[in-house]
Design a protein around this ligand. Structure first.
Ligand code: ATR
Length: 269
């Protein structure tokens, strides 16, 4: 039996265990997926120890995604993003990936959104914003990053091919955009908040919200009212997990089984 898991602090409410265990059941992979919550100062010992114990793979979440970069051999995309959310413990030691990026592009593509040649606005320049900006640019999108702290958007834009950055006063770029990604925490557990005024939303837009609690945010509700394609945050969560499963096992992930498990646990909350 292989052991996979999630390292974060806290990890108590994670939806990854049921999602991955549904994938093992559907494919017959003999594995378990467990959560680990090391002390903030113990992440290096945790990764070294996991390798020594023969753990097959780990997902990494807040607050360790950046710290882990130094502890693994990162693939080029994870290195550019500056964060690792998936570790594969191979014979040559731990290799780090960032599957949040694929989570963004695969979620949009699954909803019929054409990325190559599109114009995208990413709101937020933290970990999720970095993954979204690099992923979309690599898929052929021209990316604008709008962030509350403009300097962070400008710094990120300078690293992302062809991207521009600015403050929230540049949200008017959404008028001419095909894709909008909310990569801020605005709207999380606060259903009356939205990062983008409804007047910017339009019918030629696809809107992906990285927030999945609640599953229907005010942004997505107002986007649907404006006639936009809407993609909820559970798709991003699902498809980063799908990509991690595929990195670890080399198999095609059973997406429907993982989606069913994820959504049934989301609705339990
Ligand atoms: P994550 O890793 O989930 O992206 P993060 O790195 O803490 O989390 O980034 C949070 C993002 O949400 C940032 O872009 C932050 O903007 P700042 O860089 O200005 O801090 C954005 N954010 C958080 N609260 C916000 C708010 N009330 N209004 C607008 N943006 C907000």
């Amino acid at each position: 039996m292989q052991v996979y898991g999630l390292v974060g602090n806290p990890v108590g409410h994670s939806l990854s265990p049921p999602m991955h265990e549904a994938a093992y059941e559907a494919t017959g992979v003999d594995a378990r997926y467990v959560t680990f919550e090391p002390e903030l100062s113990a992440i290096e010992a945790a990764i070294t120890g996991a390798d020594a114990l023969g753990i097959a793979g780990l997902n990494v979440t807040i607050p360790f995604k950046q710290d882990v970069l130094e502890l693994v051999d990162p693939d080029p995309l994870a290195e550019r993003i500056g964060a690792v959310n998936t570790i594969d413990f191979g014979p040559d030691g731990p290799v780090g990936y960032n599957t949040d990026a694929a989570g963004v592009t695969r979620a949009l593509e699954r909803h019929g959104v054409e990325l190559d040649g599109s114009a995208a606005v990413v709101v937020g320049a933290g970990g999720a914003g970095r993954a979204a900006a690099f992923a979309l640019a690599d898929a052929g999108s021209s990316v604008h990053i709008a962030n509350r702290t403009p300097a962070k958007a400008e710094e990120l834009a300078s690293a992302v091919p062809g991207a521009t950055g600015g403050g929230l006063d540049t949200l008017d770029r959404i008028h001419d955009a095909d894709i909008l990604v909310n990569a801020t925490s605005v709207g999380m557990e606060a259903p009356d908040e939205t990062p983008v005024p409804a007047s910017y939303l339009h019918a030629d837009l696809a809107v992906l919200d990285a927030v999945y609690t609640p599953i229907e945010t005010r942004l997505l509700r107002e986007a649907a009212d404006a006639g936009a394609v809407t993609v909820d945050g559970a798709w991003m969560l699902l498809l980063q997990g799908v990509e991690a499963f595929e990195v670890w096992t080399g198999l095609d992930a059973p997406v429907e089984a993982m989606n069913t498990a994820l959504r049934s646990h989301l609705s339990d909350d």
